[in-house]
Design a binder for this molecule. Structure first.
Ligand code: SF4
Length: 81
């Protein structure tokens, strides 16, 4: 698992519950992209239980938190570790 530095955040995304609204891709396109089935995928995400997990930069916190807060099914988590 990738180590997290003081400049980084952890993003978790429960891809199986995505309803494909596109908000996260529009809000934080450097981290989320819609796949060929129209569902969001976390770029570089690695499986961690029911979540995919990836590391993001703290300078992108505002976009990431907007994506997490805007997700209609509440399946994006942003944390320090
Ligand atoms: S905002 Fe949530 S429901 Fe919408 S595409 Fe992203 S993960 Fe899926």
């Amino acid at each position: 698992m990738a180590r997290v530095s003081g400049f980084q955040l952890v993003i978790r995304h429960k891809a199986l519950e995505c309803i494909g609204c596109c908000l996260c891709e529009e809000t934080a396109p450097q981290y989320f992209r819609m796949d060929e089935d129209g569902m969001a995928q976390l770029e570089g995400g690695q499986s961690e239980g029911v979540f995919n997990r990836a590391v993001g930069l703290k300078v992108d916190r505002e976009e990431l938190e907007a994506a997490a807060e805007g997700c209609p099914v509440d399946i994006i988590r942003i944390s320090a570790s």
